[in-house]
Design a protein around this ligand. Sequence first.
Ligand SMILES: Cc1ncc(C[n+]2csc(CCOP(=O)(O)OP(=O)(O)O)c2C)c(N)n1
Ligand code: SF4
Ligand SMILES: [Mg+2]
Length: 350
Amino acid sequence: MPTELTVLPTQNLAPFKGVKKLTVEEYYTSGHRTCQGCESALVMKLMVKAAGPRTVVLGSTGCMYVANTTYYSTSWVVPWMHTQLGASGSAAVGTAAGLKALMRKGRIKQEPINVISFCGDGGGADMGLSSISAALTYPEYNFLILMYDNESYANTDIQLSSMTPYGANTTFSPPGTARRLLHTRWKKNVAGMLAAGHPECKYVATVCASYALQMMNHVRRALSIGGPTYIHSLDPCPKGWDYDPMLSHELGEIAVETGVWPLFEVEDHVLSFYGKSKAIAHGKKRKPVREYLLKQGRFAHFTDEDIAYFQRKIDDMWNRWLIPGVCAFDLADDIKKGLARSEVEIGAAA
Ligand SMILES: Cc1ncc(C[n+]2csc(CCOP(=O)(O)OP(=O)(O)O)c2C)c(N)n1
Ligand code: SF4
Ligand SMILES: [Mg+2]
């Protein structure tokens, strides 16, 4: 590898072997003002607990900025910096490059320091997608970009983003009598897109904080691998999704069990499903999406026809995509035949 591409060593963060083996220290503590049942706040807590004390956290504007740093108070125990709404990618690269330069010049001690830059779905999947995409092309820096996806611009009062699910009621898409569904676009698959399009990206994973230990271990894996890495977390949001706050954990689980939120990781260009999504990929029956949708007020206006449409889209995602839940296309028949033929030939040659 050319010297200018040398990567600094990372911390070797072995997976936690169970909840009893977790460290007791917290680096995101009291003092925040998120809503009761806010899953994104839990994601922050687990993310930085997994990373440990030698960590710098950067965060773009959104609930996880505003609610966590109100009136000169903060719940962050580790160094933390706010960055502009669309800038989580550039902040990650800039911070990692700055730390590397300071270490090279002997201005700070040479030691592995985790850089985590988080963003919401509005900041990351809409406004800052290009900056994340650019960041993932820098193999010489170690950082993790974590998108906490509560499926709306929550902080400014639940406007729809490109991650808002089909048909959901938001302040930009209130159901009415003239048009029951104002939002008819299907949610983007950002994790799949980033994994497929960024060969230098060492690690991509989807997570859900309902599976807290798994989630923390994916953060630890990303930080240990080093280079540019990305994690995408689905975060139930009681205010935006309109449900009783005590259901946050359950909603995360049902999102996975219905197949709406596939859990996968791509490490060194090898994809695997994990947790309940692995069982689904191996043929376990998915729960009907009705169970997920009807627990949330944002879908209260759905008719049976709307639910059936949603179910069909999820079925397609699992049954027709080249990689279920990840890669939104299949191969043309002539390519499939060609590949099958070449497999026969390779088999014959062996
Ligand atoms: C460039 C810019 N445009 C608009 C805003 C106003 N704004 C602040 S937070 C926010 C919502 C961000 O949504 P998301 O990234 O999904 O985070 P969430 O609020 O959902 O946590 C917006 C639009 C801003 N701060 N900067
Ligand atoms: S609006 Fe949603 S994301 Fe924002 S603090 Fe409340 S529960 Fe959390
Ligand atoms: Mg959001």
